[in-house]
Design a protein around this ligand. Structure first.
Ligand code: FES
Ligand code: FES
Length: 911
């Protein structure tokens, strides 16, 4: 250890650390400044950006010794400068921080820019922030925020007046700590005395294994407290998000079925565990033949992954209506094609992290998660405890997008804390996160479509196989959701869709923003263009002609009755569609090498579980001091649930939003609001909040014997009710309190009305769908195969935009992920397990995005609202692929459309 002295945020500090310690680590662990984040420890993500003598640097690449004598500025020091404060205010006002994990790095890089450039251009902002990755925002609001801060024109929306919360563009209620750098993510509040846990993972796709002398290993390594294996699991050594399909062991037994699967874990003092060489762990591997592709897993001679899953098929999905086979006879035009998509990594900037402690006969787990109650129940089964013996306290979540629905660190830290009696923590490295956590399912899809001469869709026949990896995770959900959605938001009278989730020796595939639907649109929306071209009909007009309406049935026979806004979304694109198509054609007449194209794609997406219950419960109480407590258990992973649900509750109650204090998700404190997935929180938890607000209002009105039209206000400890000229006042302190300490309280549950699907998939799978359509303009470099997206116009029917800024943020972030899926993202197990080989869009890859908000209210949603989280991503990739075809007349049937694939397609065209 050496004493290293430097100036940190204007104050002299001394750090007692080994000289080679990463500066990021020294700041976080030695100096307690956890605002500086760590997303990769490899210089790839920029989350650790700090200023060293005014220049931005990745603190994970700088040995702390190099900071000796220097001046270091972190996010915690930004409020010391006017520019830093302006940037923080602008980020908050614009909604530029969603999950917020990238925000410290962004702010620090931005302040360095403003120090050298008072009024930066968009290009200069992109250059300055180009080294900091954001997975949530699509960068649009970040660029706007930096521009605003430079110009000194920050528009902070005031808290809305009573009854005006819904529809207001207010800053997120939980945004302050995100821009201040004080938000505590999974790795930020680990107790100093915690033991650390490190998993020993299979280096092979499939391997038998035998442990050596584990006791001897512990004895030989001072500071190692315990080795945990399957033998140490007190309950069942199995977990899974869908209980009937749960099949994933906490620790593999006998055979590891994917590279990265845990077989054991070492528990010990932090420094010892961090320095541990896993190759020294006493385990002998026996590599076995593995099946990694769908085709090899379905081969009759393939090894079977699970005894109960014949032929390596985990589950099948099916929807059928009309008569597909006879419909072909009446078709004027038919098209068919095969399409393939890749594993896609969620690449949230916060790797999985958390810690646990034993409290008597209970365990408390603080971890980054999207699903606290599911975590609780699954961990309880593993621990052999009652669910109530587990408390899940979600930390701030630095991005999830579906993968943090599955357990990661939770069972390991729970087990370690339970067995040792000390707090236990686990923080995944980036390679570990890439190796072992769920991905988007790769798909192979074969599809045929037919239409009449007039341009009416007649039939569709779809078959899709989805590589679900070694364990079930969300494979059943994907297999069942896809057949419902493979038609897109169009009227298809004769329809058949069959799907299979296929088990392979790959990392499990799970939930990722869309549950398989983003893959299906790659097929369906390209086929629509092919069909329109055959019929000589404009591609947008063709979609409008066939769009679902309030009164036409979906492929499951459901008639929505109201709130079907796909036609409006498509029509909203029409002016730009026509102008940009003409401009691209004109450009192409004068350009040989670079070709421009404009494409369109539509989508619909059911909000919530498919034909399964998924209730949410909200508790809303009045305190004796006249403030309101909203027990809001929907985990806000950056999408804005904390703000949106509160806006809904405030207006339903009829009191100002500013009176609400949030009680954050915690299985001991908040009722179950289900998981944050399937675009369900605004719709399902929002409706529960609306009901709780209205129920609480009724109770308050009854207290004052007033009618529905009366006006409520809370004046300190007094409830004041005005009805016409009569004013009544109730002293809250004089009222009895309930078991939660409230003088009045309402608790309401909403479970969307759905029905089971019959053998042909007919029924009511969702109470509400969201709708949208994207237009993409691209430029293709035909010599290099490079595709640059020039513009995205995204029209979304959200029913009612509860907070338009947050809705736009979801759209912009979804578009960025769609660009990644279309053009660059492909995970190959065993290769590229880091963020310099696995590429996600940087600020320079995302073009200007124009969001158009369509509001066709649904009678089922709160104030008419529908979901937007997953909808936002779905149409981007096919719109880009259709734009590539318009630019250079090639169909890219395997994504991502990397330069080599585009060049290969161009060669086929010219061959
Ligand atoms: S943590 Fe330093 S660049 Fe990612
Ligand atoms: S807000 Fe940028 S990564 Fe989440």
């Amino acid at each position: 250890m050496t004493l290293i002295a430097f100036e940190l945020n204007g104050a002299a500090v001394r750090c007692d650390a080994a000289p080679a310690t990463r500066l990021s680590e020294a700041l976080r662990s030695h100096l307690g400044q956890t605002g500086t984040k760590s997303g990769c420890d490899a210089g790839d993500c920029g989350a650790c950006t700090v200023l060293i003598d005014g220049a931005p640097a990745c603190a994970c690449l700088v040995p702390v010794a190099q900071a000796d004598g220097a001046s270091v500025t972190t996010v915690e020091g930004l409020s010391l400068s006017a520019k830093g404060m302006r940037l923080q205010q602008a980020f908050l006002a614009r909604g530029a921080a969603q999950c917020g994990i990238c925000t410290p790095g962004m702010l620090v890089a931005a302040v360095a820019l403003l120090e050298r450039e008072a009024t930066p251009t968009r290009g200069q902002i992109e250059d300055a922030l180009g080294g900091v990755l954001c997975r949530c925002t699509g960068y649009a609001k970040i660029i706007d925020a930096v521009t605003d801060a430079a110009a000194g024109s920050i528009h902070e929306e005031a808290m809305p007046e009573q009854g005006r919360a819904v529809g207001a563009r207010i800053a997120r209620l939980d945004g302050g700590p995100k821009v201040a750098g004080t938000e505590a993510y999974g790795a930020d509040a680990i107790p100093a005395d915690a033991l650390w846990v490190r998993a020993i993972r299979s280096p092979h796709h499939r391997a038998g294994f035998r442990f050596g002398d584990l006791d001897g290993f512990v004895a030989k390594h001072p500071g190692v407290v315990k080795v945990m294996t399957a033998q140490d699991v007190p309950g069942r050594n199995i977990f899974g998000v869908i209980p009937p399909f749960a099949d994933q062991p906490v620790f593999a037994e006998g055979e590891a079925r994917f590279r990265g699967e845990a077989v054991a874990a070492v528990v010990g003092e932090r420094q010892v565990i961090e320095a541990l060489d896993p190759s020294a762990f006493p385990v002998a591997w026996e590599e076995r033949p593995a099946v990694l592709s769908i085709a090899s897993a379905l081969d009759a001679a393939a090894p079977q992954l699970h005894e109960r899953r014949a032929g390596n098929v985990l589950v099948r999905g099916h929807v059928e209506k009309g008569n597909v086979d006879s419909a072909w006879m009446q078709a004027a035009a038919t098209v068919e094609g095969t399409f393939e998509t890749a594993f896609v990594e969620h690449a949230y900037i916060e790797p999985e992290a958390g810690w646990a402690r034993r409290v008597g006969g209970r365990i408390e787990i603080t971890a980054s998660t999207q699903a606290p109650y599911m975590d609780r129940d699954d961990t309880a089964a593993i621990m052999g405890l009652a669910p109530e013996a587990i408390r899940i306290i979600p930390s701030a979540c630095g991005g999830g997008f579906g993968s943090k629905l599955d357990l990661s660190v939770q069972p390991y830290v729970a087990l370690a804390a339970w067995l040792t009696g000390r707090p236990a923590a686990m923080v995944y490295t980036r390679p570990e996160s890439l190796q072992s956590t769920t991905k988007r399912h790769p798909a192979i899809m074969r599809s045929r479509m037919a239409a009449t001469r007039d341009g009416d869709l007649l039939a569709m026949d779809f078959e899709g196989d989805f590589n679900t990896g070694a364990y079930a995770s969300w494979g059943p959900t994907v297999a069942n959701r896809v057949p419902v959605h493979a038609s897109g938001p169009y009227v298809v009278p004769n329809y058949r869709a069959n799907t299979r989730a296929v088990l392979t020796h790959c990392v499990p595939a799970g939930a990722f923003r869309g549950f398989g639907v983003p893959q299906t649109v790659v097929a369906q929306e390209q086929m629509l263009d092919m069909l329109a071209a055959k019929l000589g009909i404009d591609a947008l007009d063709f979609r409008i002609r066939n769009a679902l309406t309030d009164t036409t049935p979906t492929v499951t026979g459901q008639v929505m009755g109201d709130g079907v806004g796909i036609r409006e979304c498509l029509e909203a694109l029409k002016p730009q569609w026509m102008a940009l198509r003409r401009a691209a054609d004109a450009f192409n007449r004068t350009s040989d090498r670079h070709k421009r194209g404009v494409g369109v794609a539509g989508m619909f997406y059911g909000c919530g579980n498919t034909s399964l219950p998924n209730p949410s419960t909200i508790r809303f109480g009045v305190k004796a001091d006249g403030r309101l407590s909203l027990h809001q258990g929907a985990v806000d992973i950056g999408q804005g649930a904390n703000t949106v649900i509160a806006q809904i509750a405030a207006d339903a109650l009829g009191l100002p939003l500013a009176l609400i204090d949030l009680v954050s998700p915690d299985t001991d404190l908040t009722p179950d609001c289900g998981k944050t997935s399937a675009s369900r929180q605004t719709f399902v938890t929002g409706t529960a909040a609306e009901r709780a607000g209205r129920a609480l209002r009724q109770k308050l009105l009854r207290l004052a014997n007033a009618g529905e039209g009366a006006m409520l206000s809370l004046d300190g400890g007094k409830l004041v009710v005005r009805e016409d000229t009569v004013v009544r006042s109730v002293d809250l302190a004089g009222l009895p309190r309930d078991g939660h300490g409230y003088v009045q309280c309402a608790e309401e549950t909403f479970d969307p009305p759905t029905s089971p699907l019959d053998a042909n998939g007919q029924g009511m799978p969702y109470a509400v769908y969201g709708y949208g359509a994207h237009l993409a303009e691209v430029e293709v470099d035909t010599r290099l195969g490079l595709v640059k997206v020039l513009r995205i116009v995204a029209a979304h029917d959200v029913g009612r935009a509860i907070n338009p800024s947050l809705v736009e943020g979801q759209i912009e972030g979804g578009v960025a992920q769609g660009i990644g899926m279309a053009l660059m993202e492909e995970f190959t197990p065993g290769r590229g397990e880091n963020l310099h080989d696995y590429l996600i869009p940087t600020i320079g890859d995302v073009p200007p995005i124009e969001s158009i908000l369509v509001e066709r209210a649904s009678s089922a949603g709160p104030f008419g609202a529908k979901g937007i989280g997953e909808q936002a991503l779905i149409p981007t990739a096919p719109a880009i692929l259709n734009a590539i075809h318009h630019a250079c007349q090639v169909r890219i049937t395997q994504i991502p459309a990397t330069p080599d694939r585009v060049l290969a397609a161009l060669k086929t065209r010219t061959a």
